[in-house]
Design a protein around this ligand. Structure first.
Ligand code: G3H
Ligand code: 13P
Ligand code: ZN
Length: 308
C-alpha cells in the first residue's frame, strides 16, 4: 500500500475517536511509532516539522517512511507539521508528502485565508490534503515561543467562514492546549463549549488538536531522577483528550510525550551503564519506550485501535 491521505481516516473516526499524529525525527522514532500502530492495527499520521526536515533531511525521512509503509502494510499519512509559508508546503507536496499544514495562525485573518487558499489550490491539484490553523496556541514550537498573553482561542464564526473560503481539509483550533511540556500553570482545562460551537457550525468537518501531550508525571520524574531539570511540567489530562475525540477532533498531535519517553530512557540507560558507549545499547530501549508510549496513546487515549 502506498502512502495515503488522511481523508478516509478522518471519515472513519469522525465523532468516535481521533487518529494520532506523531512527530518524527529519526529512524528509531519512526520504528517505535509504526511498530506500535501495527500491533494496534491503527491508522497513523507521521508528521515532520520544518526543524525535523532540516535535522534529518527530507529525502532520509521520506525513505524511512516509505520503508515503514512497506514493512508494516499500514495506511500511513505523511504530513508536514506547521508549514510556515507556501514554499515549504510546495516542497513537501512535490517531495511526496500526502498532507501539509499551512500555519497562517500568526497572520491577520485575511492573510491567513489568502495563503491557505494558495496552498490548497496547489496541493489539491496534486492529490494532497491541507490542514490550516485558526486561533493561536501558547507554548514553544521550533524557535517560536508564543507567550500566553499572545495566544487566542479560535472564534467559531470565523472558523466557519475560514473553512468555506479556503477549502482546507481540516482545521487546527485553539481551545486551551499549548505546545511543549508547560501547558498550564494551574488547573488544566479545555474550552469544550467553544469546541461544540465550532463543530455545530462545521458538522462533519475534521478538527485538529495541537499541543496535546499529557506530560505523564512518571516520565518527568524519571528524567529528573537522572539529572534532568523539568520543574512544573504539566500537560493535557487524558480524559480531556478522549472527550475531544468524540466531539469532531479527528487528529491529535503528540510530540513532547515521545521526547520525554525517549529522553527518560536514554538518561536512565546511561546513568545505570556509565561505561557503555555503543549507541545501539541506549537507542534500543529508547525505541521500545517510544513504542510503549504510542501503544498507550492509541489504545487508551485516542481509542483508535482497529480503526483501519
Ligand atoms: O509543534 C511543534 C512540534 O512539537 C515540533 O517541534 O519544531 O521542535 O520539531 P520542532
Ligand atoms: P506537544 O508539544 O503537546 O506534543 O504538541 C505537538 C504538536 O502540536 C505538534 O504540532
Ligand atoms: Zn503543533
Amino acid at each position: 500500500m502506498p502512502l495515503v491521505t488522511s481523508t478516509e481516516m478522518f471519515k472513519k473516526v469522525y465523532g468516535k475517536c481521533a487518529v494520532g499524529a506523531f512527530n518524527v525525527n529519526n529512524m528509531e522514532i519512526i520504528q517505535g511509532i509504526v511498530d506500535a500502530a501495527k500491533e494496534e492495527n491503527a491508522p497513523l499520521i507521521l508528521q515532520v516539522s520544518a526543524g525535523a526536515r532540516k535535522y534529518a533531511r527530507h529525502i532520509y525521512l521520506m525513505k524511512l517512511v516509505e520503508a515503514a509503509v512497506e514493512d508494516t502494510g499500514l495506511p500511513i499519512c505523511l504530513h508536514l507539521d506547521h508549514g510556515e509559508d507556501f514554499e515549504i508546503c510546495k516542497a513537501c507536496v512535490d517531495g511526496g508528502f500526502t498532507s501539509v499544514m499551512i500555519d497562517g495562525s500568526k497572520l491577520p485573518f485575511a492573510e491567513n485565508i489568502a495563503v491557505t487558499k494558495k496552498v490548497v489550490e496547489y496541493a489539491h491539484a496534486k492529490g494532497v490534503v491541507v490542514e490550516a490553523e485558526l486561533g493561536r496556541l501558547a507554548g514553544i514550537e521550533d524557535a517560536v515561543n508564543v507567550r500566553a498573553k499572545d495566544s487566542s482561542y479560535t472564534d467559531p464564526e470565523q472558523a466557519g467562514e475560514f473553512v468555506h473560503q479556503t477549502g482546507c481539509d481540516s482545521l487546527a483550533i485553539a481551545i486551551g492546549t499549548s505546545h511543549g511540556a508547560y501547558k498550564f500553570k494551574g488547573e488544566a482545562k479545555l474550552d469544550f463549549a467553544r469546541l461544540e460551537e465550532i463543530t455545530a457550525l462545521l458538522p462533519g468537518f475534521p478538527l485538529v488538536l495541537h499541543g496535546a501531550s499529557t506530560v505523564l508525571p512518571d516520565f518527568v520524574a524519571k528524567c529528573n531522577q537522572y539529572g534532568g531539570e523539568l520543574k512544573g511540567a504539566q500537560g493535557v489530562p487524558e480524559e480531556l483528550l478522549r472527550k475531544a475525540g468524540t466531539m469532531g477532533v479527528c487528529k491529535i498531535n503528540i510530540d513532547t510525550d515521545l521526547r520525554l519517553a525517549m529522553t527518560a530512557s536514554i538518561r536512565e540507560y546511561l546513568a545505570v551503564n556509565p561505561a557503555d558507549f555503543d549507541p545501539r545499547q541506549y537507542l534500543k530501549p529508547a525505541r521500545e519506550a517510544i513504542k510503549n508510549m504510542v501503544k498507550h496513546k492509541i489504545s487508551n487515549v485516542l481509542n483508535c485501535s482497529n480503526q483501519i
